[in-house]
Design a protein around this ligand. Structure first.
Ligand code: ZN
Length: 369
């Protein structure tokens, strides 16, 4: 089954197969969306449960998806934490990667190339190992040694580029050379398709909410969660869309939504490292869905992030610092009167703290000198 794509700008239909190095529309350079007719027929477990509403069915499962939804009262708000850090490689990215790697196999590629310094690379390397195909991960030279070591342990070839920007330019060139596929998670629509299953699961686990808060790195999670809830409304399973709020790092605000909270303050940022993606291609789409659901864009300072991280650990959630951004955003939204006490709020806890425990210790101020 070949993945069919449609350009979201000009409507041109196209496919991406082995040796093709760009996910963008060959006619106008627009961003692709998956071209199919989703239906609601849940059956089974994991991502395969939603095969009827996905453009592609995962061939091999590592147990991605079906993550727990944990209820806690937080500042008078009914908070539902979706434990995405319990996915196989420790992040929500596994939902998208499980689909993207199936496409790689069906497109006839012998290997994959991806540029990232974070969770996506580890996710891609994990699934490449499962499928027995070669993975080349292009990282900035400054990527933490621990992450490079984990990539190599998974059998990936690690290529170092001078910067994150250089890595992005280098990856498609390597893909062309090795006749592999560039995973391209910042544009690849399968990462949006994978992320939407998070919304389906939250619905099936009983979440009936008014508010959702997600961190925005490249934007795939926000767009996926929005798409999932929009389909649930379309199918008549929910009456209305929740407000989608996005959490950003105070040092790099990018989502130009009509309602902005915490922007322009003289506060130190930089703690939510996975959110420091300078110009993600889909950031305009994220601003559009935030506006459409009457949500907001919330900038979180290092101090607020640290405080939220401490609270998550006090509740027993072993997450990476970036995962604390939505909880920090929730506090600001309560203070501003945008989220009322008594509201139901969904917060995905996106990545595991076990991969970056040294950073976590430092941020919580408990590392030994
Ligand atoms: Zn086009």
């Amino acid at each position: 089954m070949v993945l069919r794509l449609k350009c979201s700008s000009c409507g041109h239909r196209f496919t991406v197969v082995a040796g093709v190095t760009s996910w963008l529309c060959p006619k106008c350079g627009g961003l692709p969306e998956a071209d199919y007719g989703p239906e609601w027929r849940p059956e089974g477990r994991g991502l395969a449960r939603y095969s009827a509403s996905l453009p592609i069915t995962p061939k091999i499962s590592l147990g991605e998806g079906s993550t727990p939804l944990i209820f806690r009262r937080f500042y008078g708000v009914n908070t539902y934490f979706k434990l995405e850090y319990l996915n196989p490689s420790g992040s929500f990215k596994d939902r998208g990667t499980a689909l993207a790697m199936t496409h790689v196999i069906e497109a006839g590629a012998s290997g994959v190339v991806e540029d990232t310094s974070g969770n996506t690379g580890i996710s891609v390397a994990t699934y490449s190992a499962t499928y027995g195909i070669k993975a080349v991960i292009v990282v900035p030279r400054t990527a933490p040694e621990g992450k490079k070591g984990l990539l190599r342990a998974l059998g990936a070839e690690v290529v170092e580029a001078p910067s994150r920007g250089d890595a992005a330019l280098l990856a498609p060139r390597i893909a062309e050379e090795v006749k592999g596929l560039h995973v391209g998670h910042t544009v690849n629509p399968l990462y949006i398709e994978g992320a939407k299953t998070l919304a389906y699961e939250a619905y099936e686990q009983g979440f009936r909410g008014d508010e959702v808060i997600v961190p925005v790195g490249s934007g795939g999670l926000a767009l996926g969660v929005f798409k999932g809830f929009r389909e649930l409304v379309k199918w008549g399973l929910l009456d209305s869309l929740p407000h989608l709020h996005v959490a950003e790092d105070a040092s790099l605000t990018r989502v130009d939504a009509p309602v902005k909270i915490g922007w322009g303050r003289d506060e130190e940022g930089g703690g939510a490292d996975a959110l420091l993606v300078p110009e993600p291609p889909r950031i305009k789409e994220v601003a559009d869905v935030t506006a459409l659901t009457r949500g907001s864009s919330v900038a979180v300072s290092l101090k607020e992030l640290r405080e939220a991280l401490r609270e998550l650990y006090s509740m027993g959630f072993i997450v990476e610092p970036t995962s604390a951004a939505p909880l920090a955003a929730l506090k600001l939204l309560i203070d501003e009167g945008i989220i009322d006490r008594g509201s139901n709020v969904l917060i995905p806890l996106t990545g595991s703290g076990l991969k970056v425990i040294a950073t976590v210790s430092k941020m919580l101020g408990i590392s030994r000198r």
